[in-house]
Design a protein around this ligand. Structure first.
Ligand code: GLN
Length: 443
């Protein structure tokens, strides 16, 4: 296994005997864990300076279930601070590099996990997806990236960003390993009241399921201007493969799509401003030093947060505090909540006419390091096709469907009804294009 860290994918690499396998169905499986999920005894930085010395006191349910099944933990992966970002450039521990072209971003926020899976440093990497943080880096790095239905996998032990959007999910080169890991992690957990009491099917069985007769919806809002022609072409080819496999193609509309990015950034910053209040240097996190111990409580909070948190996290806390403040709450937060349900209804209506939606995962392939750092809006717009699945809570997957002329991977996104991950798997196997990992694996 290649555990080379030239790409800065790992924040910690464990010795082989640190988290050994105790036997079970996943004995052969190695796992890298995004550093936003708790693993007892390991550091949990969330990509932030404020948690640089924080050690987990317990293990996330998702991670624990994999360990109980015998999977071996290989390390913790780099990420955008508190999972806020689309390029991994918001990590306090330096950016991750895209292994297909080191001058480019791997995507974010789970960039380290995407790279760990792409370079073969693990069989499965865990990530989290609040608005695309699994699917977008999966697309940029040429691996499979699954965001399950909200509530499918317990969030216990996941450091919350936007609790009503956050999901734990999977990166892998292989659909089989994705299905096997999901089977083990999914299901109700009494430690997370939002985890669903829905039976867990044998997802690997769906990988041999016939897809003929399924209807695939093509939402025209996801094929407008701004999509690179090679991305469009690769997604078209995936559509033809599904047609050849016996699927019917239907045109559908998700009419409220144009509000998705705005709704996402209002609601998630609101939730984040509340969730991140605990990182104040007193309850959690690195405390700013006070001269001769004279700082007041408020000064301690202010200095600890000023020193410990990065620019993007501060920007979001301020935005979120603003949209929740008296006088603006109705204009922003409560309106965005209403539009959230209109967007969810768009999906319900679309799924009356089809079984799955096919879209590009991102409008472009991986962009250059530094290209968008000074333009937050351009960075946010990269999430245009991924945030909707989190707004509605439905499952979605990014599948590698080709390379562009620069040799950069292209991802196609499939979205299904809540708790229908099986259809995602069945369709994914029809469109997956095996990436030439040998090209990057030796680095
Ligand atoms: N890129 C999005 C953001 O910056 C998504 C993040 C995520 O899914 N954690 O919020």
């Amino acid at each position: 296994m290649n555990q080379n860290n030239n790409f800065n994918a790992f924040l910690d690499i464990f010795e082989a005997d640190r988290y050994p396998s105790n036997g079970g169905a996943l004995t052969d499986m190695t796992i890298a864990v995004k550093d936003v999920l708790a693993l007892k005894g390991a550091r949990l930085t969330c990509g932030s300076k404020i948690l640089e010395n924080f050690e987990s006191l317990y293990t996330a349910t998702s991670v624990q279930r994999l360990m109980n099944a015998g999977a071996r933990m290989v390390g913790k992966t780099n990420m955008d601070e508190f999972a806020m970002g689309s390029s991994n450039e918001n990590s306090a521990y330096g950016p991750v590099k895209n292994p297909w072209d080191e001058t480019r971003v791997p995507g974010g926020s789970s960039g380290g996990s995407a790279v760990a899976a792409a370079i073969g440093a693990c069989d499965v990497a865990l990530g989290t997806d609040t608005g695309g943080s699994i699917r977008q880096p999966a697309a940029f790095c040429g691996v499979i990236g699954l965001k399950p239905t909200y509530g499918r996998i317990s969030r216990y032990g996941l450091t919350a960003f936007a609790s009503s959007f956050d999901t734990v999910g999977i990166f892998s080169r292989s659909l089989e390993n994705t299905a096997r890991a999901l089977e083990v992690m999914a299901g109700f957990d009494e430690m997370d009241s939002t985890s669903a009491r829905v039976p867990v099917p044998k997802y690997s069985d769906a990988l041999v399921r016939d897809v003929s007769g399924l209807a695939i919806g093509i939402p025209h809002e996801y094929f407008g201007d701004g999509i690179e022609s090679e991305v469009r072409k690769a997604v078209e080819e995936a559509k033809i493969k599904l047609q050849n496999a016996g699927c019917t193609i239907v045109d559908v509309s998700l009419p409220h799509s144009k509000y998705c990015v705005a709704v996402y950034y209002i609601l998630t910053t609101a939730e984040a401003s509340s969730n991140l209040a605990r990182f104040d240097g007193i309850r959690y996190g690195r405390r700013a030093k006070s001269e001769r111990g004279t700082a007041t409580l408020e000064e301690t909070y202010r200095r600890s947060r000023t020193e410990g948190l990065g620019r993007e996290v501060k920007r979001r806390i301020m935005l979120g505090t603003y949209v929740l403040s008296a006088g603006y709450y109705d204009a922003y937060y409560s309106r965005a909540q209403k539009v959230r349900w209109l967007i969810a209804e768009d999906f319900d209506h679309a799924f009356e006419r089809c079984d799955a939606l096919l879209t590009p995962t991102t409008p472009t392939t991986a962009f250059k390091l530094g290209e968008k750092v000074s333009d937050p809006l351009a960075m946010y717009l990269n999430d245009i096709f991924t945030v909707s699945a989190n707004i509605a809570g439905v499952p979605a997957i990014s599948i590698p469907v080709g390379l562009d002329s620069r040799g950069l991977p292209i991802g196609a996104q499939l979205i299904t009804r809540s708790f229908d991950e099986e259809t995602l798997f069945a369709l994914s196997k029809e469109i997956l294009v095996t990436m030439p990992y040998g090209r990057i694996g030796q680095c």
